[in-house]
Design a protein around this ligand. Sequence first.
Ligand code: GLV
Ligand code: MN
Ligand code: MN
Length: 413
Amino acid sequence: MNPLVINGQRLQREIDELATISEAPAPVVTRILFSEADLRGRAFVKKICSSLSLKIRSDAVGNLFARWEGFDKKLPAIATGSHIDAIPNAGRYDGVVGVLGALEAIRALQSSGFKPRRAIELIVFTAEEPTRFGIGCLGSRLLAGSLSLDKARALRDRDCKSLEHWRKRGGCNGRLNSVRLARNYYAGFVELHIEQGPLLERAKIPIGVVEKIAAPGTMHVELTGVGGHAGAMLMPDRHDAALAGAEIALAVEQAAKTTGSRDTVGTTGVFRIEPGAVNSVPCHAWLEIDLRDTQVKTRDLALRRIKKTAMQICKRRGVKLKFSVLNADAPAICDSGLVELVAGVCQELRLPVKRMISRAYHDSLFMAQVCPITMIFIPCRGGVSHRPDEYSSLRQIKNGVAVLARTLARLAG
Ligand code: GLV
Ligand code: MN
Ligand code: MN
């Protein structure tokens, strides 16, 4: 095998080109599940996969698999990958580094003359971001069998359009029950990602290897009050849905701050009201709440407190409450063998490495239910993510790709 050469310029060009495929003008990247931008982004990635002679298939929810066949076809494949969908007002690196970086790793391995014994498969997961249906990691949840088909079929977007509607529009016609992966389908999964936090940059450490992924939860709150004329409806007569929502959002903050764990974080990231007119009392409000912790116990303590407080607020204000928990997932523990393998590769490359917890969730959280996993983190400027100014330097990305390529070579060789 010749030395591995990572072509950083080409990779940066591809990252920049994919960033132009967006529903919003640059530097904003927005690619909502099965939007035109998402479909064009998928086509862009498929074109690179074809240029590397990878065998491409998609499943019924749009997860994309690109396979570099190994010479021992009886062995389960090694997988890598991430996502290219992007929340509104996102940047260009979240997920994309793990997809285009993995393709660059495969290209470097191919150019070096490496012949994989077991197949290497790139996975581009459907809807890691909770944009259209409010639930994250939709594709990997279904791959792992961790979302029931009934729940998947019941998903609706804001216009009441179903997953069935959107996936068919996206060209995914198979049966949803065929998405689930067999337990021994993969021998391991390694995801490259930007850290989305400040620790690597602060410590000036180029690589993180993930030992645990924090436990996410999502709640949807629907509030129905009484609307009316902002001038004529006197204050004692009001049942303002937006004010009930405002109190609930403050209760989320309070609950997250008082579990006794500094790892509990709560965010009310979506807050919509209707009718949305300055001279009209809000009759409806919708909140989407994100709650996480490294420990299920304290995450669930906050969840229970939020629900109880929301009920009290709504009773006091005479507002009808519908409170649903979309997901309350367990954390994932990474495979110690894979963690040590990545750490060993970093040592060979003379790259200092930090063992860490991922506070963001990733498709790896659900791949952990299917096979051994770990993640490779690279620093990002100021720890900033989910913003257009998200940034990792080419040197940082190349380091991550080099570690991924060598890790894949070890696992597939
Ligand atoms: C992933 O995008 C997350 O919200 O952690
Ligand atoms: Mn993200
Ligand atoms: Mn991501």
